[in-house]
Design a protein around this ligand. Structure first.
Ligand code: THU
Length: 132
């Protein structure tokens, strides 16, 4: 799938975002190593901490469908600057995709690109548990 296809998938999910508190809709399209794509949007809650980011909705949906390995995620928002994944999402993603490539795209097409390894150096991983 092209980056533009993934962006369109993320934007379609973003249209369904539930964000009456932040008014900051986010969409995510997570691509597996065998070419499947799972999308998510942020889902906020009147109890604010119960809200969840678009990336983790996409990840949970993918896991529920049996996917385990991911190569790329595209994040879209309405912000003028590309939206990077929050710290909790970085940690959630590294469990399954330490080599994930992350793209964030603005409505006018400005694109940022990072590796998850660069955004989350020295991650806590399943292997970390073996050192106890
Ligand atoms: N949010 C995401 O869904 N993904 C990100 O990468 C950054 C932040 C959401 C959480 C909250 O619903 C809103 O954006 C404002 O923080």
């Amino acid at each position: 799938m092209s980056l533009d296809d993934l962006r369109r998938a993320a934007d379609a999910a973003r249209a369904n975002a539930w964000c009456p508190y932040s008014h900051y809709p986010v969409g995510a399209a997570l691509e597996t190593d065998d070419g499947r794509v799972f999308v998510g949007c942020n889902v906020e809650n009147a109890s604010y901490p119960a809200g969840i980011c678009a990336e983790r909705v996409a990840l949970g949906t993918a896991i529920a469908h049996g996917a385990r390995r991911f190569v790329r995620v595209v994040i879209t928002s309405a912000a003028a600057e590309p939206t990077p994944p929050c710290g909790i999402c970085r940690q959630a993603l590294v469990e399954f995709a330490p080599a994930l490539e992350i793209f964030a795209v603005t409505p006018d097409g400005r694109t940022a690109h990072w590796s998850l390894a660069a955004l989350l150096p020295a991650p806590f991983t399943p292997a970390s548990l073996e050192n106890a």
